[in-house]
Design a protein around this ligand. Structure first.
Ligand code: GLU
Length: 374
């Protein structure tokens, strides 16, 4: 296998497991975090975009509240998350701040990634932070998430975030340096697998038997995360974070497992859009907008000449050209009622028409698929 180089990836999501950051007594390992922040700063200076998904809130907060996190009831864990999250994100703020980098706290619930309207909101915010070179520090909003509606593990949350921002790499840092044929802690014959091109059912069940990390995820959630991310066109890397400068180490040959992606993030998003069966409405656009879309631009209200159907923000709408031919489809940034009010509107007029500040796009270019001409 060719050596892995993080330099090959433009947008990276890095997931940090609890056991790397927080000791059993709830103490944060700031020295290690400093080495991670250093690696992040080096990558960012070289033009890469980074998002961190960090666990550790419950582990830190449990010691603040004197809770045994393995036996605590839900409200205990929710309280621990609240008490720990503030310390967790502050530690990142300090560590990144030493490199002149600002951090932002982003707390997500399951619905923020599964519901399309909220998905657009989360994507917009994360995109704007990345654009401003601020590092989003993402965690699950454990304080309000209840058992039925939570991820419970940050491996899958990180995979969803990677999909959301169309990252091209997801790095899962934990206490294992990759995927093994069996649990290496329990079985001497366990073999390390450096590269996976296809996740099989056998691998999934192998992972089910392997425990790692004293956070919630084991190998099973890591393989599930790899499945989500690779289907979204994102390479997934399972690597050990139990070393200083864990990201730098990857580029200099540290052992890991790379799950190869299926296609690119853009192709995966378009394939998904093309396959959505439920189309709720239609937007007719003018010649200028049709040309702009072909050049990879977003659809702006000014280019829309007609709106029909019954749709909400996040629903799929068809887009038709001046001759009525279907050009493609995309996720509406506005409901049908709102869209009707801003048809033909220039961006600076949107607020006046709606009475609140809207978004610049009718359909964002990342959420748009154009059909072939013939
Ligand atoms: N969100 C949890 C926390 O911050 C961690 C979940 C996990 O261990 O993956 O403590």
């Amino acid at each position: 296998m060719a050596a892995l180089s993080l330099a090959d990836f433009k947008r990276l999501v890095v997931k940090v497991g609890s056991s790397l950051l927080v000791a059993d007594d709830g103490e944060l390992d700031r020295a290690w975090l400093d080495t991670l922040a250093h690696d992040i700063a080096v990558l960012q200076r070289a033009g890469h975009e980074l998002i961190v998904v960090s666990s550790g809130a419950i582990a830190i907060g449990s010691s603040v509240l004197g809770i045994n996190k393995r036996r605590a009831r839900l409200e205990g864990l929710q309280a621990a998350a609240a008490a720990g999250q503030v310390q967790l994100v502050h530690a990142y703020q300090e560590a990144l701040g030493r490199h002149g980098i600002a951090a932002a706290q982003v707390l997500l619930t399951l619905e923020d990634t599964e519901n399309r309207r909220r998905f657009l909101n989360a994507r917009g915010t994360l995109g704007r932070l990345i654009e401003g070179s601020v590092i989003p520090i993402v965690n699950e909003n454990d304080t309000v998430a209840t058992d039925e509606i939570r991820y419970g593990d940050n491996d899958r949350l990180a995979a969803r975030v990677a999909q959301l921002v169309m990252a091209d790499a997801l790095v899962l840092l934990s206490d294992v340096d990759g995927f093994y044929t069996a649990d290496p802690a329990a079985d001497d014959s366990a073999e390390h697998i450096p590269e996976v091109t296809r996740i099989t059912a056998a691998m999934q069940s192998m992972a089910g038997e392997t425990r790692s990390d004293f956070g919630s995820g084991g190998m099973a959630t890591k393989v599930q995360a790899a499945r989500i991310a690779t289907h979204a066109g994102c390479s997934t890397i399972i690597a050990s974070g139990q070393i200083e400068h864990p990201l730098d180490a990857l580029s200099t040959g540290a052992r890991c497992t790379v799950f190869r992606p299926q296609g690119t993030p853009a192709a995966a998003r378009k394939q998904w859009l093309a396959g959505v069966l439920e189309v709720r409405g239609e937007m007719a656009i003018d010649q200028g907008a049709a040309g702009a879309l072909r050049n990879g631009k977003s659809l702006l209200p000014v280019g829309v000449v007609g709106v029909s159907g019954n749709f909400r923000r996040g629903d799929v709408v068809n887009i038709s050209g001046p001759d009525g031919a279907e050009l493609g489809r995309g996720l509406a940034e506005y409901s049908d009622q709102e869209a009707l009010r801003i048809v033909g509107c220039r961006s600076e007029e949107i607020e006046d028409r709606l009475g609140y500040r809207g978004r610049a796009e009718m359909v964002h270019r990342d959420d748009l698929v154009l059909f072939d001409k013939d």
